[in-house]
Design a binder for this molecule. Sequence first.
Ligand SMILES: *[C@@H]1O[C@H](CO)[C@@H](O)[C@H](O)[C@H]1NC(C)=O
Ligand SMILES: *[C@@H]1O[C@H](CO)[C@@H](O)[C@H](O)[C@H]1NC(C)=O
Ligand SMILES: *[C@@H]1O[C@H](CO)[C@@H](O)[C@H](O)[C@H]1NC(C)=O
Ligand SMILES: *[C@@H]1O[C@H](CO)[C@@H](O)[C@H](O)[C@H]1NC(C)=O
Ligand SMILES: *[C@@H]1O[C@H](CO)[C@@H](O)[C@H](O)[C@H]1NC(C)=O
Ligand SMILES: *[C@@H]1O[C@H](CO)[C@@H](O)[C@H](O)[C@H]1NC(C)=O
Ligand SMILES: *[C@@H]1O[C@H](CO)[C@@H](O)[C@H](O)[C@H]1NC(C)=O
Length: 419
Amino acid sequence: MKQLITTTLILLLLHLTTTTTTTTTLTLDPKQLAALHSLYIPTTQDPCTHPTTTTCDSTTPFRHLTTLHLTNCPTDLTLSTTTLSTLSTLTTLTFTNCHVTIVHFPSTLTTHLTTFTSTNSLQHLTGVFLSRFTNLTTLTISGDYIKSSGVHVITSNMKSLNNITLSNTNLSGSIPKHWNPKLTHMDLSNNNLNGTIPTSLTLLDTLKNLNLSSNHLTGEIPTSFADLVSLQNLSLSSNSLSGSIPGSISGMTKLVHLDLSSNQLNGSIPRSISEMKGLKYLNLGDNNFHGVLPFNVSFIKKLEVFKVNGNDNLCYNHTSVLKSLKLGIAKCDKHGLPILPPPAADGPGSSADDMSSGDYDDDDGGEKKKSGGGGGNGDDHGPNKVVLGVAIGLSAVVFLIIFLVILSKCGGRCCCCCC
Ligand SMILES: *[C@@H]1O[C@H](CO)[C@@H](O)[C@H](O)[C@H]1NC(C)=O
Ligand SMILES: *[C@@H]1O[C@H](CO)[C@@H](O)[C@H](O)[C@H]1NC(C)=O
Ligand SMILES: *[C@@H]1O[C@H](CO)[C@@H](O)[C@H](O)[C@H]1NC(C)=O
Ligand SMILES: *[C@@H]1O[C@H](CO)[C@@H](O)[C@H](O)[C@H]1NC(C)=O
Ligand SMILES: *[C@@H]1O[C@H](CO)[C@@H](O)[C@H](O)[C@H]1NC(C)=O
Ligand SMILES: *[C@@H]1O[C@H](CO)[C@@H](O)[C@H](O)[C@H]1NC(C)=O
Ligand SMILES: *[C@@H]1O[C@H](CO)[C@@H](O)[C@H](O)[C@H]1NC(C)=O
């Protein structure tokens, strides 16, 4: 009997504890709740139900934070190492427009994070500070200056890194030679990087996006660039690259966006570029390319953006219909050299020229998106409107005459009737 009572009691207790644990699994660890409170994140409602700011795991008896996005923070927000050490369950930490000065991040947090982002946020970042985030797969720093002797200081111990953006961070030095072979995204744009593009980058055969624009890179585009078979976006614009475009570039069959503008590239433009079937954006402007532009109209019209202007020794073949595309380059003489246009003929004069040469008229409809303005269309509309106006005017006059004739006849009849 006594035994029976004790078992019932134990069962009852068990039941009670299970019910209490099921209710407590819904709440966040009180220490983390206090940490969020100190970061001015509203905690009156369960923070785990705000997926734009946080995500949580479902551990018992308390849930823990896995993601934290700090956005548009109040100006008096400060980070503290104690707060950060209670947040070491995070795998993703993001700062956006959150101007705070960094403090020591405990290693329990830095080694646990897989995604770390600071966009116009953290102040006094250093390469050494960032190098401690050894488990990152995604690192994004944009618009925040990093004091460091080079990118390699930051990345050399990040063995799992597959997505890196260090853009507008005032970094100098050269581009590291060694990267995780599974890297898919590299954006080092808008820094002070110098030296050449390492040939070893062409080993990154899973790379989809490479943006090295607006740096001080010199030397040539490696011929082995064609080995970047997964590449979709390539921007090397606004550097000091020289030499010619390797003809093998068409080996990058997935390329959608190719921007080589504002360098000192020379030689002739390889015709093989037109074999890249997926290409939508092609900017080769402001370089030193020479010779005859090797593209036909059907290739150029397929592109959403096409720019070759700012290449003084480049010309288009006058015998082709390319003339109507207003490419911003001169036409070629029979030797393939640019015929320098008379100074005034560059602006509106050339469009008047287009109007007068009937050969290209049937092509005028499709090319306007490339001409960078509706000027040509306006010219077409002018005469059309005049014709329409004259037609309407003439029909009005004809109708008036008919009406008057009918009226006069009717009036006569009416008169007769009256009589
Ligand atoms: C590093 O990240 C992986 C998940 O990508 C995780 O399994 C591992 O525990 C992390 N390492 C540390 C030291 O936290
Ligand atoms: C940017 O980097 C250069 C060195 O490349 C340094 O001289 C300069 O002080 C840095 N600017 C700022 C605002 O930190
Ligand atoms: C390529 O760049 C465009 C425009 O910047 C972007 O929308 C697209 O997502 C990029 N593609 C890849 C694979 O990064
Ligand atoms: C490359 O970076 C520059 C500067 O950050 C940006 O304007 C451009 O859109 C990027 N290009 C691509 C293809 O993502
Ligand atoms: C292109 O420029 C390089 C130096 O930048 C020079 O050695 C080469 O002769 C030039 N090639 C042509 C075809 O102008
Ligand atoms: C234009 O060039 C492309 C690529 O070189 C080629 O496949 C196509 O046949 C050409 N079209 C015409 C009309 O010449
Ligand atoms: C221009 O094109 C015509 C026919 O398409 C060709 O016969 C001529 O050789 C080309 N001229 C130059 C300078 O390439």
